[in-house]
Design a protein around this ligand. Structure first.
Ligand code: GSH
Length: 159
């Protein structure tokens, strides 16, 4: 069974678990990282030298780090032609949005998460949320209009 090292409240673990759910794979998830610690343990850092979560571990000992590489690997392995499209252009469309969301929205996600949910209320800074909102809103406006007018949204592709 696929074992996934990573705490359930990590956005990057969630990304991988969502993929595993879509693929319908049996799995075991181990609470790791964050308040659970363990990233510095030698057996873990030998699997993930970046000392981050998630890390999936297959039965034969194969491991991988970097959540988007993991999503691509699992999709290609278990859903070639499905979640991992055969058509290079369709696959590139999926890659494009996955990379865009991570590169452009990732840093804002951190600000929102910390200052809306994670930090104790007294330490949350509304100005950080406001600054992130001001920067992220135009991105959503342009991405929504691209998405709404794309053939993928209109349902003419295999995605
Ligand atoms: N680019 C990496 C980022 C991994 C990462 O930074 N994970 C965070 C959780 S979202 C982490 O490990 N934080 C330290 C910890 O949880 O102990 C990926 O996508 O896998």
């Amino acid at each position: 069974m696929l074992k996934v090292w990573g705490r359930a409240n990590s956005s990057n673990v969630i990304k991988v678990m969502w993929c595993i759910g879509e693929l319908g794979l049996p799995y075991e998830r181990v609470d790791w990282g964050g308040r659970f610690g363990g990233n510095d343990e030698p057996h873990y850092s030998s699997m993930n030298p970046m000392k981050r979560v998630p890390t999936p571990e297959e039965l034969d000992g194969f491991t991988l780090w970097e959540s988007q590489a993991i999503v691509r690997y699992l999709s290609a392995k278990h859903s070639a032609g499905g979640l991992f499209p055969d058509d290079l252009r369709v696959r590139a469309e999926a890659d494009k949005w996955m990379d865009w969301s991570s590169l452009y929205l990732g840093s804002f996600n951190f600000a929102f998460r910390m200052h809306l949910f994670v930090l104790p209320e007294a330490e949350r800074k509304p100005e950080v949320v406001k600054e992130a909102s001001d920067k992220v809103e135009p991105l959503f406006e342009s991405s929504t209009s691209i998405w709404l007018t794309s053939s993928i949204y209109a349902g003419t592709s295999s995605l």
